[in-house]
Design a protein around this ligand. Structure first.
Ligand code: AMP
Length: 183
């Protein structure tokens, strides 16, 4: 059986991402991740690369950000034998929540997490599909940090390098993305 290196797998995954110019508004190069999930080959390659990245970190909870963090989040949780916790938009989570505000392109948005979703022993991997300005993940990071867990890792499938979203996170936080694009 043919075995591919991590770099070969990432190159292949990168070629699978679909670029949609001017979506949802003019000037945006939209990176469509759905082709990564469409075939069993790319879904399993993506899962393998993510698993290899985090298998030795002792992760106990994957925190996924609504809604594209809900695709690979539970798959990674299952592979890493961890639990899955959703971060959602306001009004969706039924029990008591913590909330964080963040700046969107137009106006302010909020995200929430259940107060009892994480505990001090948890080693958490926060996952989303793509790092653009980083505003959404920064708010998620603050939420999880406030809950006083043991350690936090941050992961994206894709990073848009030129937007420098990575600079929002403290240096001691491991921020990993598999596929990098300059736009
Ligand atoms: P941000 O808070 O700016 O890092 O972006 C948050 C979310 O917006 C990402 O997780 C993506 O789901 C989406 N997003 C932003 N820019 C793009 C883009 N160029 N292509 C695809 N999705 C994007």
């Amino acid at each position: 059986m043919e075995t591919k290196t991590r770099e070969q797998k990432i190159e292949e995954l990168k070629r699978t991402v679909r670029n949609i110019p001017d979506f949802p508004i003019k000037g945006i190069q939209f990176k469509d991740v759905t082709p990564l999930f469409k075939t069993k080959e790319s879904l399993s390659m993506l899962t393998d690369v993510l698993y290899e990245e985090y298998k030795d970190k002792g992760i106990t909870k994957i925190v996924g950000i609504e809604s594209r963090g809900f695709i690979m989040g539970p798959i990674m949780a299952l592979k890493l034998e961890a639990g899955f916790v959703p971060i959602r938009k306001p009004g969706k989570l039924p029990a008591e929540v913590y909330e964080e505000e963040y700046q969107k392109e137009y106006g302010i948005d909020k995200i929430q997490i259940h107060k009892d979703a994480l505990s001090p022993e948890d080693i958490v991997l926060i996952h989303d599909d793509l790092l653009a300005t980083g505003g959404t993940m920064e708010a998620a990071y603050k939420l999880v940090k406030k809950m006083g867990v043991k350690k936090i890792y941050v992961n994206f499938i894709i990073e848009l390098d030129d937007l420098k979203g990575r600079s929002l996170f403290p240096e001691d936080i491991e921020v990993t993305s598999l596929i990098n694009f300059s736009i």
